[in-house]
Design a binder for this molecule. Sequence first.
Ligand code: NAD
Length: 387
Amino acid sequence: MSEKITLPPVSYTGWGSLSHLLEEIKRFNAQKILVVTDPFLLDLGLTNKVVAPLEEAGYLTEIYTEVVPEPPLAIGEKLVTYTRVNGFDMVIGVGGGSALDLAKLAGVLASHEGNVADYLNLTGTKQVTKKGLPTILIPTTSGTGSEVTNISVLSLETTKDVVTHDYLLADVAIVDPALTISLPPKVTAATGVDALTHAVEAYISKNASPVSDALALQAIRLISNSIRTAVSNGEDKQGRTDMSYGSYLAGLAFFNAGVAGVHALAYPIGGQFHIAHGDSNAVLLPYVMGYIRQSCEKRMKDIYEAMGFSSTNLSQEEASYKCVAELKRLVEDVNIPSTLKGFNITEDALDSLTSDAIEQKRILARSPMPLLKEDIYAIYKAAYNGI
Ligand code: NAD
């Protein structure tokens, strides 16, 4: 058996890595640069850490701030049109997954025709066929891994869909934990559990390989060990650094091995209730893993160990139960509600959530245990009741 491993061409990681930005831009002969960011980050002064050195160096920069969390398709359409008509020769994304996903979308679709909707995975009819503008992605959350994936996620009316192609991969990713210091505890928690979910789902994915396993297990070690500190003391440099490396590794892991049941069930929660992606994943993680536990006991034992627990004297079955309990404890420790009720989701929504989740066939196909409609409903029901 062989696997395709795709890694983005260049990444800079570690504290202060933003200092490499100018030398990278020079490689692309860019003059007019579009910076896609969200308005909150502009007010916070974070965007300026990227833009000020560019302007000092004489680059023409335009800051585009029509970015909202979990961006709807319409926001993507507007940005792509704006990029096409304004003749940029580079795109830089600065922000969480929402800004980065829009930046890579604009970069690639600037060189294509038609609407963004035409390129959506579930309902689109067109394919991405060529490389767009050079793109540099600079995350300010430790969560999505968007800086190293070829995926752009967009919110639709009741669920989410993606545009995905290797041409959406950033030319350069700059993952500087110093940019995450200002993340409030709630966002640190949600984005951090999102990254943990990427690593866990990549590790139990049917498409896992020795390469994605190595990335996923190290991500689980780093995130499990640092997330509580990063949430309780955001200024802790080591905690932020470990979270930054953890989310980066988790991004590489899931980009190559894929995510599975948690994400398939989380997308409709995000779509129907506008709950942050990290929170939707976090609330489901223990219940999906509890439901599919028997199909991947050995791997759950490995995850339990990577979370820092000894499984000596435990059977695989015992360790897998403990793994589910520790995942739930972690979610609770970082103050994320651990039931759907905790997000004010009512029981009558479980049917429509199930109908939307079953449509995520490509993602569900990677689950080590097949998840049919009745399984999905049962997981939502368990997450609703908290058992
Ligand atoms: P986000 O980008 O929506 O940001 C969440 C909030 O945090 C925003 O209000 C933002 O202003 C704020 N924020 C960001 N950085 C900050 C900082 N350093 N200091 C203070 N506040 C800061 O959140 P996210 O979880 O990073 O991204 C979510 C989006 O990414 C969703 O649309 C999700 O579907 C998508 N996603 C994409 C991929 C991918 O591979 N492309 C993977 C997972 C999720």
